[in-house]
Design a binder for this molecule. Structure first.
Ligand SMILES: Cc1cc2nc3c(=O)[nH]c(=O)nc-3n(C[C@H](O)[C@H](O)[C@H](O)COP(=O)(O)O)c2cc1C
Length: 193
């Protein structure tokens, strides 16, 4: 197994190691089963995310490789995503409930994103790798898992152990080893009074 790791983020100010070292891999180990304890911790971190009025609008579909659910989620992925995400030990759908008891939840997608962010940080701290995807068929997911009208799939996350970068196809290796970039913080600051 390759020990090549993507360079940590070149940060403008110190950040937690887990944040600097997280990246979205496309190279998962196709033989490794999901680390159940790490997955449980990642879900627990998502559970403890903040949400507007503590409404917790997130819902998850967790599917381990080899199950019908994993195959259904994989089939919903678009184009290139399907080729690499198949190796992930688990695919997790992050869905968001648009209302509770008929009351709209304006921050539902935002809160679900926070739950996903908590999940990724805990997953990486626990030795898992993650890659979120927006490129999937929402209707196919809704149909496969019987979502009601209020429930919308926001992202699908590939989760698992890192695969062997050295023996991965060239197209994946190139993307994996490309420099990780962000615009400078100054360009995101509308004001910093
Ligand atoms: C909501 C969301 C949707 C994304 N959709 C895809 C996708 O469909 N396919 C893909 O390869 N990467 C996808 N990504 C991954 C981003 O491209 C990646 O996070 C970004 O380039 C930054 O790279 P890093 O996560 O390695 O820092 C998505 C990320 C997020 C948060």
């Amino acid at each position: 197994m390759s020990t090549i790791a993507v360079q940590p983020a070149a940060t403008e100010a110190p950040i937690l190691d887990v944040l600097a070292e997280r990246w979205s891999t496309r190279i998962f180990d196709p033989a490794a089963a999901i680390d159940e304890a790490a997955l449980a911790s990642a879900l627990e971190a998502a559970r403890w995310a903040p949400s507007a009025s503590n409404t917790q609008p997130w819902r998850f579909v967790v599917a381990r490789r080899g199950t019908e659910a994993h195959a259904q989620i994989l089939a919903s992925l678009m184009g290139f995503n399907q080729s690499w995400a198949a190796d992930a030990a688990a695919l997790v759908v992050f869905a968001s409930s648009a209302s509770v008891d008929g009351k709209p939840l304006p921050w539902a997608a935002y809160d679900t994103g926070q739950a996903a962010a908590h999940f990724t940080v805990q997953a990486h701290a626990s030795g898992l790798h993650t890659h979120q995807m927006g490129g999937f068929d929402r209707d196919a997911i809704a149909q496969a898992f019987g979502f009601g009208e209020d429930l919308v799939a926001v992202t699908v996350m590939a989760v698992g152990a890192l695969g062997d970068i050295e023996s991965a196809p060239e197209a994946l290796r190139e993307r994996e080893l490309a420099p990780r970039v962000r615009r400078p913080i100054a360009e995101s600051l509308i004001a910093n009074a």
